[in-house]
Design a protein around this ligand. Structure first.
Ligand SMILES: [Zn+2]
Length: 189
């Protein structure tokens, strides 16, 4: 049985090499839809009897793993030096990129608050080891959700990211090669 849940969040991004308007820093009202595929719980008298997962439990994980990191943030590629230099100290400053790389290695993304030009403001940025297209964001969220659901012994089926009401990307764990080539072995907490 597959059950699904959606949440919405606002996030800025840009696609640095895009031939047209997606090169510009801009934002979307994203929709993240998560589908889980597991058995219906039959434990008599349990709070979640007759459910695959309590929708509120799924929402809590999504708020933690998606909304908490992404909502009202600006997402940029680690290789988008033009964008990084808007928020962070000089792009030639090795220690800034070292800090970003270190956080990416540890968490799968970087905030690098300490390296921001206006570190007292703590602007919410996310630096990721990929170009932040809907496809890559769907993959990245899939990996984060899969990790969290595994702890509850629930199987993730897919993650669908709607960038606009008409455009979405679905990732369901196929072609795992993407995971090992993007960012050179990202580990996600
Ligand atoms: Zn966009």
């Amino acid at each position: 049985m597959i059950v699904t849940r959606k949440i919405e969040f606002d996030m800025g991004h840009r696609v640095p090499n895009h031939k047209s308007k997606c090169r510009n820093p801009h934002g979307h009202r994203y929709v993240a839809e998560v589908g889980v595929d597991d058995k219906v719980i039959n434990e008599k008298g349990a709070s979640d009897e007759g459910m695959v997962i309590d929708f509120s439990d799924l929402k809590e994980i999504m708020m933690n793993k998606i909304d908490g990191v992404c909502d009202h943030a600006f997402m940029m590629s680690r290789d988008d030096i033009d964008m990084i230099s808007c928020f962070f100290h000089s792009e030639n400053d090795i220690s800034t990129l070292d800090l970003i790389d270190e956080e990416i290695k540890q968490y799968g993304y970087a905030h690098a608050f300490g390296a921001q030009k206006n570190s007292d403001k703590n602007w919410k940025t996310i630096i990721v080891p990929f170009i932040p297209t809907a496809e890559n964001i769907a993959w990245w969220i899939y990996v984060r959700m899969e990790h969290a659901l595994k702890e509850k012994d629930i199987k993730l089926k897919y993650v669908r990211i709607w960038e606009t009401p008409n455009c979405s990307a679905i990732y369901s764990g196929e072609d795992k090669k993407i995971i090992t080539t993007l960012g050179g072995g990202v580990s996600l907490a």
